[in-house]
Design a protein around this ligand. Structure first.
Ligand code: SAH
Length: 297
């Protein structure tokens, strides 16, 4: 009998990971490791919004091709479904939010309320400072496609320590220019989108499984006109082993772990979440790791 081979996966160092990010400038270029000023941010946001709309077509602000009535009829039906004018119902969580880049360009154009969770306080301070100028928050309720009242909440925490359903605000939330701040949303919270981008490399396998299970339990259930909330994982992937089996790679610089597609998909299966859709993000510079997007529920 061949000896049993125990595969030892490298594991991130959470505290040293956060320490690494504390030393990075609180800018888009900083959180993107020097790729903040080229085409990457635009390509990323376009790819993310297109992916999200394919998974949750009900977030779209244009009627489906098959719709029989007029766009105005469709719009008023949607407003009614969303609880009426000035309501705020579609909610996302931005995990490892950095300075709020994903919230501003990928999430807030499509959802009403975003909760940013990020362990580095200076990144969130910067997000808070810039947030009144984010286009969807600068506009008024009357200008938003479904008359939605948009806002963002800020939580300083690692994902490991974050309570998804009962988050505590670290800084005052930012609302649209013409809206008065409301106290906290109703608890426990449910999410339409739990977006994890370039941050799951800081979670060990055990922490990642725990997080995925918790996120799945916090998704908004499907309804008659609704597909149901999703977890989106948008992460770098490394190559599988030469024999095709999964691999993971420890990064000495930020003390994180990059996983292969197989490694992620095994972890998803073992966490009890199913893959609804997956795509490769095209158009990023060749020297970077390939980036995969998965929608899970
Ligand atoms: N998602 C953002 C930022 C990516 S940079 C974007 O795409 O623009 C990686 C981010 O993960 C940093 O902001 C870093 O502080 C955060 N991070 C590091 N350790 C984390 C942890 N344990 N939990 C959550 N986020 C973490």
């Amino acid at each position: 009998m061949p000896p049993a081979v125990r595969v030892v996966h490298p594991t991130p160092d959470v505290a040293r990971g956060v320490e690494y990010w504390e030393g990075v400038p609180a800018t888009v270029d900083g959180v993107l490791g020097g790729y903040g000023n080229g085409t990457l941010p635009r390509i990323d946001a376009l790819g993310s919004r297109a992916f999200l709309l394919r998974v949750l077509p009900s977030l779209s602000s244009t009627p489906p091709v098959a719709y029989n009535g007029s766009p105005d009829e469709w719009r008023s039906e949607r407003i009614k479904e969303r609880g009426g004018k000035g309501m705020c119902v579609i909610r996302a969580l931005d995990c490892g939010a950095g300075v709020g880049r994903v919230t501003e360009h990928s999430l807030l154009p499509l959802v009403d309320e975003v909760h940013l969770v990020e362990p580095v306080a200076k990144f969130l301070d910067e997000a808070k400072r810039c947030s009144p100028a984010w286009a969807p928050l600068k506009s008024s309720v009357a200008d938003s496609p479904f008359y939605a009242r948009k806002g963002v909440h800020f939580h300083v925490s690692t994902l490991q320590d974050f309570d998804l359903t009962r988050p505590v605000d670290t800084l005052p939330p930012t609302w649209m220019a013409d809206e008065t701040p409301e106290p906290t949303s109703e608890l426990p919270l449910v999410y339409d989108v739990v977006w994890c981008q370039w941050c799951l490399q800081h979670l060990s396998e055990a922490d990642l499984k725990k997080f995925l299970r918790g996120a799945q339990a916090a998704l908004r259930p499907a309804g008659p006109n609704y597909e149901g909330g999703v977890i989106v994982v948008k992460e770098n992937i490394c190559r599988e082993q030469v024999d095709g089996s999964e691999s993971s790679w420890y990064d000495d610089e930020d003390h994180s772990v990059t996983r292969s597609q197989r490694a992620f998909e095994r972890i998803f299966a073992e966490s009890g979440v199913s893959i609804v859709r997956s795509e490769v993000q095209n158009g990023f510079p060749d020297e970077l790791f390939p980036v995969m997007m998965w929608a899970l529920r």
